[in-house]
Design a protein around this ligand. Structure first.
Ligand SMILES: Cc1cc2nc3c(=O)[nH]c(=O)nc-3n(C[C@H](O)[C@H](O)[C@H](O)COP(=O)(O)OP(=O)(O)OC[C@H]3O[C@@H](n4cnc5c(N)ncnc54)[C@H](O)[C@@H]3O)c2cc1C
Length: 417
């Protein structure tokens, strides 16, 4: 794989950039792989990358029914933070945060990771108590998070209104300075390029439709729209469609699929320096490098696979945004879209073995899995390579819904991004 560098860029610029090779191949599926990953989102691609780089497992295929990154990875608002409540979450999300910090260099691909700070606003007494609890818990776990007064919130994010006479008054906020954003497509493309260069086959426009099993019940092959592909191990990483895929394999998952929406404004000059989230009103906002205000809404209340949500949900979000930032009232919205998110009962993900031998699942990231992409891929690769969970993902088993040992991040994940 040719490295991106100043020298290679300069050299190509003299040749009209005609010498760059394709970022990844479009191979025909082989008859059999050591590992087949179902789902070419960020988590699936990261898993393949770490399988190859950390574990030396390169006879791997990623099977994607559409195009890589076309699911929630390419639809999310890219907020990255690690200030969840419980020890298990601190371990998982901070593992991801540590990997984010070196990811552009590791992948030799600019993922535009920007640690501009994520400020979570408190609008009522309950928010204040909850967020302060998070701050104390995070400090114990070495996760940066600090409490700001309304005036300190305003100093950190000057466009914010802290008037007490509005419907959602700002009573303070929890700030994670290390939090921020990254370019979602670049994350998918960077992992894809790195995995492909090490021999992983990325097979797009190929839907997994079923599972074949050996006489002892273990995984034998996946059935796809491009034929049967043999697999010693299978990892399902299909986000909002995990229930569908696992249903085809004969397993029922404890996940619900609901639409989650986002929208962007017309582009304007840099005016918004950080990420602001308001869990109580289900609204969050940042500014992309193109200048668009990136605005996220809450989930729809009804299960659906429609990839678009109800207009009243975005209306409610924009009402709240306009009240907190009245200067944006006259901006025009350019695009809106939805993704299907996979929500678990305790709002924490599932990275687990399954009742079928050599079938593993990575799902349940719901409204907030982009931030975990590198960490999730890293520990899931360990699981696929060794057959056993990494110590970080051991608590995230399917079993917890039987034993009751839940990791209840509902408060941290009320909006969650
Ligand atoms: C509007 C919105 C905003 C969000 N904002 C944030 C945020 O700010 N921060 C954050 O951390 N998270 C956010 N999220 C959540 C985040 O996007 C997801 O948790 C994360 O991207 C999941 O990544 P993934 O790789 O698991 O899933 P995906 O990227 O969805 O990849 C799964 C892939 O599986 C493929 N697939 C499905 N079925 C099959 C099949 N049968 N055969 C083959 N392939 C199949 C799909 O086509 C898809 O490409 C948001 C989500 C949405 C929708």
């Amino acid at each position: 794989m040719r490295r991106f560098s100043l020298a290679s860029l300069l050299k190509e610029s003299t040749k009209g950039h005609t010498g760059w090779e394709r970022q990844w191949r479009a191979p025909e599926p082989k008859k059999e792989y050591d590992v087949v990953i179902v789902g070419g989102g960020g988590h699936g691609l990261a898993t393949a990358y770490y399988l190859a780089t950390v574990h030396g497992v390169t006879n791997v295929a990623i099977i994607e029914k559409g195009w890589i990154g076309g699911g929630n990875t390419g639809r999310n608002t890219t907020i990255i933070r690690s200030n969840y409540l419980f020890d298990e979450s601190a371990a998982l999300y901070n593992h991801a945060m540590n990997l984010w910090e070196g990811l552009s260099q590791e992948l030799n691909y600019n993922i535009m990771f920007s640690q501009r700070g994520v400020l979570m606003l408190a609008h009522n007494h309950h928010d204040v108590v909850t967020f302060k609890r998070h701050v104390y818990s995070n400090k114990l776990n070495g996760v940066d998070n600090e409490w700001l007064s309304p005036e300190e919130c305003k100093a950190f994010c000057p466009p914010l209104t802290i008037s007490k006479d509005i419907r959602y008054p700002v009573m303070g906020g929890a700030l994670q300075r290390k939090g921020g954003t990254a370019r979602h497509d670049a994350v998918a493309w960077g992992y894809a390029r790195g995995a492909d260069a090490r021999g992983v086959d990325i097979i797009q426009n190929c839907e997994v439709t079923g599972l074949q099993r050996n006489p002892d019940g273990s995984v034998k092959a996946v059935e796809t729209t491009r034929g049967t592909i043999g697999a010693r191990k299978v990892g399902v990483v299909a986000a909002g469609h995990t229930g569908v895929v696992m249903g085809r394999f004969g397993l029922r998952m404890p996940v619900e699929s609901v639409p989650l929406q986002a929208l962007v404004s017309e582009p304007v000059k840099p005016c918004f320096p950080c990420v602001v989230m308001s869990n109580a009103v289900h609204a969050y906002i940042s500014q992309s490098d193109k200048g668009e205000l990136v605005i996220g809404a809450g989930t729809d209340q009804y299960n659906s696979y429609s990839q678009q949500g109800g207009i009243h949900v975005t209306n409610h979000t924009l009402d709240a945004i306009c009240e907190l930032f009245p200067q944006f009232t006259r901006m025009r919205m350019l695009r809106s879209w939805g993704g299907i998110v996979d929500v678990t009962p305790d709002r924490s993900p599932i990275l687990s073995k399954t009742p079928i031998k050599n079938l593993f699942v990575n799902c349940g990231w719901g409204t907030g899995g982009f931030k975990a992409t590198p960490g999730s891929g890293h520990v899931f690769a360990h699981m696929l390579a060794t057959g056993e969970p990494h110590e970080i993902n051991a608590p995230y088993s399917l079993d917890r819904f039987r034993t009751g040992r839940l990791i209840d991040e509902a408060a941290a994940a009320a909006v969650s991004h």
